[in-house]
Design a protein around this ligand. Structure first.
Ligand code: URP
Ligand code: ZN
Ligand code: ZN
Length: 476
C-alpha cells in the first residue's frame, strides 16, 4: 500500500511499453501529469510504486461502450458508476460512450439527457461521448450536429441495422457524412444490412427456428460485407473519414483493405468476443447461447484467424469492447421462445486489455507494443485524445497501468465490477492483470484492489479528426 498521501509518485523498476518500443524506465508523476520517464530520476518526496517484473502502459482507452443504453423494453445494466469501475479494474482509464438520439428527439436534448445520466454517477475513469444520429427529420438536426465538435464531440455514429429503432437510410448516411466531412468529424458505422437481416429473421421464425443460434444464421457475413462496402462507397461520395465498428468477418475486412489500398480514409476495429468465441457458442445447450448474442454475431474460426492476421499486420486499427451488458435472468430471457427478442450485446470493458494480452501477446500473435497500440495509443489518436492520453510521455495525463504478467485473475460474474449477472468469460483464468491503475496520477486500483475513496473521472472533450487534444498541458 502507499506509505503516505502525495501527488508525486514514482513508478519504479518496470518495463515501459509504448506503441513503438519496450524499455526499462521509471515514470515520475506529479500534479496529475507525467513529469519524466527515465532512469535515476530526481524523485525526492515521491511515493514509490514498485513495478518490478511488470509492464508500465498508458491507461487504455475503450472507444466503444454502451452505458445505460435503452434497447427495446430493457436498458443495459451498467450505469456510469459500475461501467467506469469495471473499466478501471481492467486497466482502462477512458471510455468513449454512445449518446443515442431517439426518433423525434433533438440533438441537444439527446445530449443533455445522456449528460444527466453521467452527472448522476461517480466516475472512476474519464468518459467521452460519440453521438449516434437516428433521425434527421427533427428541425435543425444537421446544424446542431455541425456544432458538436465545438462541444468536444468529434465522432458521429450511424446504424445500418436495427430497423424500426436505430437503422438509417442511405440518404441520411450521406447527409450526416457530408456534415461530418465539413466539420472534421469521424463517422462510425455499424455495418449490417438491416433489410437482409429482417428478411432472414422472418423466414426463420415462420419455420419455427427460434433458438439463439438462429441469431447468427440470420445475420450472415454477406449482410455485414455488403453494408461495409456500401458505407465505404457512401463515405467516398462525400469525402468523409470512416471508422467501421466491430468488424467480425473476412468479407468486411476485405472491403476495408481494398478501400485503404485505394487511398480512402477508412479505419476499423474489432472486439475481444470475435477473437475468443465462434458461432458454435450460440448453439450451446438450452438457452445458454443467448449469453453470446451480439451483433454482428460470432463467426467462424477462419474469420477469427483473419482478424488476428489483420491485427498483427495493421489491417485493423483498434480493439474496443462494445461493452453492452444485459442480465441473463430477466433481460436475455425475453427471447427464450424467439431469438430475435434477445437483447443484443455482451460485456467486455473490464476484460478487454487482459484478454488481448492473453490471447494475443502470450500466444505470439501480436507484440507487446502492438497490444498497447491497439488498446490505448491508437484509440487515443483516432478519437482526438492524443497527445493528452494514450502515451507514456512527459506532459500527458498520468493515466497509467502497472500490468503484472504474473498476476493471474480468474474472470467471473461474482468478482466483476459490472452489474451484469453473468460473464462470458466465467472461470477463465488470464495470466496477467493490472496491479496498479492511476488516473491523473491517483490510484484507482492499488495492488490489484479497487480504491473506492474518491471518484476522479471527468467528462472529456475530444479534438476533431487530425487535430491534437486541445487540453494537453505541458510542464516545464
Ligand atoms: O450487439 C451489440 N453489438 N450491441 C450493442 C449495439 C451495437 O450494435 O453496437
Ligand atoms: Zn453495433
Ligand atoms: Zn456497439
Amino acid at each position: 500500500m502507499l506509505a503516505s498521501v502525495s501527488d508525486r509518485r514514482l513508478i519504479a523498476g518496470g518495463q515501459v511499453v509504448t506503441a513503438s518500443s519496450v524499455f526499462r524506465a521509471d515514470v515520475l508523476v506529479a500534479d496529475g501529469l507525467i513529469v519524466a520517464v527515465g532512469r535515476e530520476l530526481d524523485a525526492a518526496g515521491a511515493e514509490l510504486i514498485d513495478a518490478t517484473g511488470c509492464y508500465v502502459l498508458p491507461g487504455a482507452i475503450d472507444a466503444h461502450t454502451h452505458v445505460s443504453m435503452p434497447a427495446g423494453p430493457v436498458v443495459t445494466v451498467d450505469d456510469y458508476d459500475t461501467a467506469t469501475a469495471a473499466a478501471a479494474m481492467g486497466g482502462t482509464t477512458t471510455i468513449i460512450d454512445f449518446v443515442i438520439q431517439r426518433p423525434g428527439q433533438g440533438v441537444a436534448e439527446a445530449l443533455s439527457g445522456w449528460r444527466a445520466k453521467l452527472d448522476a454517477c461517480p466516475l472512476w475513469v474519464d468518459v467521452g461521448f460519440h453521438f449516434a444520429c437516428v433521425d434527421l427529420g427533427v428541425p435543425g438536426a444537421l446544424e446542431e450536429l455541425a456544432m458538436l465538435p465545438e462541444q468536444g464531440i468529434s465522432s458521429f455514429k450511424l446504424f445500418m441495422a436495427y430497423s424500426g429503432t436505430l437503422m438509417v437510410s442511405d440518404r441520411t448516411m450521406l447527409e450526416v457524412m457530408r456534415v461530418a466531412a465539413a466539420s472534421g468529424v469521424l463517422v462510425l458505422v455499424h455495418c449490417e444490412n438491416g433489410d437482409v437481416v429482417d428478411h432472414l429473421v422472418a423466414g426463420a421464425l415462420a419455420r419455427g427456428d427460434v433458438s439463439p443460434v438462429w441469431h447468427a444464421r440470420t445475420r450472415p457475413p454477406v449482410a455485414e460485407t455488403e453494408a461495409t462496402g456500401r458505407a465505404i462507397a457512401l463515405a467516398a461520395v462525400v469525402g468523409a473519414a470512416l471508422y467501421i465498428v466491430h468488424v467480425s468477418c473476412q468479407g468486411a475486412l476485405a472491403a476495408v483493405t481494398a478501400a485503404r489500398a485505394a487511398g480512402q480514409a477508412v479505419l476499423a476495429e474489432t472486439c475481444p468476443q470475435y477473437l475468443r468465441f465462434t458461432e458454435s457458442d450460440l448453439d450451446r445447450d438450452g438457452f445458454e447461447g443467448a449469453r453470446y448474442v451480439c451483433s454482428p454475431p460470432l463467426r467462424s474460426a477462419a474469420d477469427q484467424e483473419a482478424l488476428w492476421r489483420a491485427l498483427a499486420a495493421g489491417g485493423l486499427d483498434a480493439v474496443n469492447s462494445d461493452h453492452c451488458p444485459f442480465r441473463l435472468a430477466d433481460q436475455k430471457t425475453l427471447g427464450r421462445h424467439d431469438f430475435s427478442l434477445i437483447p443484443n450485446g455482451v460485456s467486455g470493458v473490464e476484460e478487454r486489455v487482459m484478454l488481448l494480452y492473453d490471447l494475443g501477446v502470450r500466444t505470439g500473435r501480436i507484440s507487446l507494443s502492438r497490444w498497447v497500440e491497439l488498446v490505448a495509443t491508437a484509440p487515443a489518436r483516432i478519437f482526438g485524445l492524443a497527445p493528452r492520453k494514450g502515451s507514456v510521455v512527459p506532459g500527458a495525463d498520468a493515466d497509467l497501468v502497472v500490468f503484472d504478467p504474473a498476476r493471474p485473475r480468474k474472470l467471473s460474474a461474482s468478482s466483476q465490477r459490472s452489474a451484469a449477472d453473468h460473464s462470458l468469460y466465467e472461470g477463465v483464468e488470464v495470466a496477467g492483470s493490472p496491479s496498479w491503475v492511476l488516473l491523473r496520477g491517483e490510484p484507482v486500483v492499488a495492488d490489484g484492489m479497487f480504491v473506492g475513496d474518491a471518484p476522479r473521472g471527468e467528462w472529456v472533450a475530444r479534438a476533431r479528426v487530425g487535430e491534437g487534444s486541445t487540453r494537453v498541458r505541458l510542464t516545464t
